[in-house]
Design a protein around this ligand. Structure first.
Ligand SMILES: Cc1cc2nc3c(=O)[nH]c(=O)nc-3n(C[C@H](O)[C@H](O)[C@H](O)COP(=O)(O)OP(=O)(O)OC[C@H]3O[C@@H](n4cnc5c(N)ncnc54)[C@H](O)[C@@H]3O)c2cc1C
Length: 427
């Protein structure tokens, strides 16, 4: 991907090849034009094509170039917002509806993977939200109580159970969520692309949409070398939205997040770390995440950009943190690192927008885009197909609203994470 190992890192190395695609050239027509080839756009395209619609997906770069090809690979159930806060945030209809949709979303992802035979290292063995100190334990205990009240298969593990499952760490406990799991994200998004193509969708890469406007009864989208006329427009550009959909970008505060991966661990060491195959993250404000890939590499992540100024800080911290959690890895470092942009919204919930007649966008997953992007992309397809009224969508339609103090929040995330990692273990 653009020969830049810091954009997609390990995932570029271990993912199956992307399907062969080409830029859009000349004038084309379709029932639906989708902008953005990540989880959201490709899930929408797949479900539309399976239902017999003609679909053209325009991707500015390559399949999975945005957050979909860079993330940790935690297939989570739900968002950061606590279950009981959801009805307050979205009202008595949409709150419970979104909870139900997102609670079932990992199962939908794993079913989709099976149905299309997507080779993406999918492991449905749960996640561990690891508690740091008494405050962290209180947080996960409350979260578990609220999900359990809804019948979700969650439980709180004590400190020794947590250490046994991790093969290290000194956490106060962990929330085990058996609905969740992990996958190789670039492999998954490429697999969605392959499945969408098999169903008849056309995917045009290196085809940035440079203009989009109503024309006739539908929409005309232009790229440097071509155009698409379609009855429906789906915009799925999320945190990688550029000038054309600047409003969507301004609605989000970009949180930088990096991952670093060890080489495949020696068999004896590997067997003792996360033997149950769960994916993990912790309750710190500047959180850490860790999980194993299929080859036995530990993928360790946290908040931060890997720019020229801060990469060394984050690498040094990550090494210290890795060895503190797993002392058995002392002497083992990282062989790859990469980072991306997470789109955070003011209320930590994704947004559904009507950009005009027959034009929809969903964005703002707040770092929870694998399962939500898949099922909300499918919901967009259902709406276009006439199978789901706009009032029956999992999210209410909202106006595009700029995030307050966006630029200072973005600078705060980058500078704050670098400062936290620089000072960690030193004060
Ligand atoms: C480092 C990192 C870690 C994360 N970890 C997790 C995790 O563990 N679990 C989880 O669930 N989520 C995680 N996320 C969030 C998740 O990856 C995103 O929410 C999800 O990928 C969003 O998918 P999407 O399809 O909506 O957008 P994207 O995957 O960002 O795709 C948008 C695409 O639109 C394209 N585009 C933009 N403008 C144009 C244009 N004008 N014309 C054509 N194409 C355009 C971009 O090139 C891009 O490929 C993480 C994100 C990051 C960055």
């Amino acid at each position: 991907m653009r020969n830049d190992p810091r954009s997609h890192g390990l995932w570029e190395v271990s993912a199956p090849q992307a399907p062969v695609t080409a830029p859009l050239s000349g004038a084309a027509e379709a029932d639906v034009v989708v902008i953005g080839a990540g989880f959201t756009g490709l899930s929408a395209a797949l479900h539309l094509a399976e239902a017999g619609k003609s679909v053209i997906v325009l991707e500015a770069d390559q399949i999975g170039f945005g957050a979909s090809g860079r993330n940790v690979g935690l297939v989570n159930a739900g968002m950061w917002v606590l279950p009981e806060a959801m009805p307050q945030a979205l009202g008595p209809v949409y709150g419970p509806r979104l909870l139900a949709v997102l609670g079932a979303a990992p199962a939908e992802v794993f079913a989709l993977v099976r149905r299309h035979g997507i080779a993406c290292e999918a492991v449905a063995r749960g996640t561990l939200h690891c508690a740091v100190g008494a405050a962290g334990l209180a947080e996960i205990t409350e979260r578990a109580r609220q999900w359990a009240a809804l019948g979700a298969p969650v439980e709180v593990l004590d400190a020794s159970d947590t250490a046994r499952r991790l093969g290290g760490g000194r956490y106060a406990g962990a929330l085990l969520d058996r609905r969740a799991g992990t996958l190789q994200p670039l492999a998954y998004v490429r697999g969605l692309a392959r499945a969408a193509r098999m169903a008849g969708a056309r995917i045009c890469t290196e085809s940035p949409a440079t203009g989009a406007g109503p024309q006739g009864a539908g929409w005309r989208v232009t790229t440097p070398e071509g155009s698409v006329q379609a009855a429906w427009l789906i915009v799925a550009t999320d945190a990688y939205s550029g000038a054309l959909f600047a409003g969507l970008r301004r609605e989000q505060v970009a949180l930088p997040y990096f991952n670093m991966a060890t080489p495949p661990l020696p068999e004896g060491v590997r067997a003792g770390i996360l033997p149950g195959g769960e994916g993990c993250w912790d309750t710190r404000a500047v959180l850490s995440s860790f999980r194993m890939d299929a080859a036995g590499r530990l993928v360790f992540g946290s908040v931060g950009r890997l720019g020229w100024a801060d990469r060394a800080i984050h690498r040094a911290w990550a090494l210290r943190a890795l060895h503190r959690i797993f002392p058995q890895l002392s002497g083992i470092g990282f062989e790859s690192d990469w980072f991306g942009r997470i789109g955070m919204t003011a209320d930590a919930l994704p947004r559904l927008h009507l950009l005009g007649k027959n034009a929809l966008a969903i964005a703002g997953y707040n770092g929870r885009g694998i399962a939500p992007g898949t099922v909300l992309g499918k919901a967009l397809a259902e709406h276009v197909l006439g199978a789901r009224a706009i009032e029956a969508m999992p999210l209410p339609v909202r106006p595009v609203t700029p995030a307050p103090l966006r630029l200072s929040h973005e600078a705060g995330y980058s500078i704050g994470a670098a400062a936290a990692h620089l000072l960690a273990d030193r004060i």
